[in-house]
Design a protein around this ligand. Structure first.
Ligand SMILES: Nc1ncnc2c1ncn2[C@@H]1O[C@H](COP(=O)(O)OP(=O)(O)OP(=O)(O)O)[C@@H](O)[C@H]1O
Ligand SMILES: [Mg+2]
Length: 293
């Protein structure tokens, strides 16, 4: 027997299905079908610990907003536990952009006291919660956050991985900070932040080249490049040429449109995003989760 199409969830198709008591089922529209496929990819089972780092050689280009948007999306649609860590040595704002109030502790605190963490309750003393996403803040005092070594990062990561199987890491600008070795050697996926301004696109490309040249070609090969329109794109920028060039060096290039709900600088909430922005974060989340094992 032929498989029946799933009942449509929205639009005229749902209306027809409801009014006819299900006897006429036009099936989901192509847009709804695509949405279902993205959700299915986002829900790919993770049988191993997954670490996703958001990196770029340039600052102010969407690393934190991408980590937040994708982390919130994974947390909303998956059944397992997702946490985002702020490893930016330069007064990172991941916590501020996701959680209300002041952080209970920081990643450097966790690294220093990881041996005392014996339960989920102990660990959650270091984290805030945004929707279903747990978040651990970075230190705001650069002399403290700058001191996070690769070993410290790995110590904190291991404490977290006892309880969370998907870990997002928001990094600082550049790849030379000592903690980056600990982050990249444990990352299974990277998101490369970029933009349409020529400088932003070049830095995204340089980041991919740097990964390949430094033994992280496996990360470059599966990387998703995220081009965030933090400002309006000038007419002289050839967006298609930028996307094509970056696509030659990475697995996928996804555009995040300009969204006032992100630009406002308050906490990022999936429910306040424009549908196209939420869809972009869903596409990025799907592109990562498809590679989960
Ligand atoms: N989709 C968007 N639409 C509009 N503004 C955005 C969007 N995404 C990010 N922004 C804004 O762009 C600025 C830079 O973004 P973000 O903080 O995510 O970059 P970053 O790479 O983490 O920066 P830093 O190097 O300072 O850590 C922020 O003010 C943010 O609110
Ligand atoms: Mg940032």
């Amino acid at each position: 027997m032929r498989d029946l199409p799933p009942a449509p969830a929205r639009g005229w198709r749902r209306l027809v299905h409801t009014l006819t008591g299900g006897s006429i089922n036009p099936g989901p529209s192509p847009a709804e079908q695509r949405h279902r496929e993205l959700l299915e990819a986002v829900r790919t089972r993770a049988t191993q610990p997954e670490v996703i780092a958001t990196i770029c050689l340039k600052g102010g280009i969407g690393k934190t907003s991408t980590t937040a948007g994708v982390g919130l999306t994974l947390a909303r649609h998956r059944g397992d536990r997702i946490i985002a860590l702020d490893a930016n040595p330069d007064a990172g704002d991941l916590y501020e952009r996701t959680c209300p109030g002041t952080p209970p502790a920081t990643l450097t605190d966790l690294a220093a006291h990881a041996s005392d963490v014996a339960s989920m309750t102990d660990l959650n003393r270091y984290a805030g919660i945004a929707d279903r996403l747990s978040v651990i803040a970075g230190d705001q005092e650069p002399t403290i956050s700058e001191s996070l070594s690769a070993d410290d990062f790995v110590t904190a990561l291991q404490a977290v991985q006892h309880y969370y199987n998907v870990v997002m890491v928001d990094c600082g600008t550049g790849v030379t900070h000592p903690s980056m070795v600990g982050i990249l050697s444990n990352a299974r996926h990277v998101l490369i932040a970029g933009g349409y301004a020529v400088s932003g696109a070049r830095r995204a490309e340089s980041t991919l080249r740097w990964l390949t040249a430094h033994g992280y070609h496996h990360l470059a090969r599966t990387a998703a490049v995220v081009l965030t329109q933090t400002t309006t794109v000038s007419n002289i920028v050839d967006t298609a040429a930028i996307e094509n060039t970056l696509a030659q060096h990475s697995a996928t290039v996804i555009r995040v449109p300009h969204d006032q709900a992100v630009a406002d600088g308050t906490t990022i909430s999936l429910d306040r995003l424009q549908p196209a922005t939420a869809d972009a974060y869903l596409q990025i989340a799907a592109s990562i989760a498809r590679n989960f094992h």
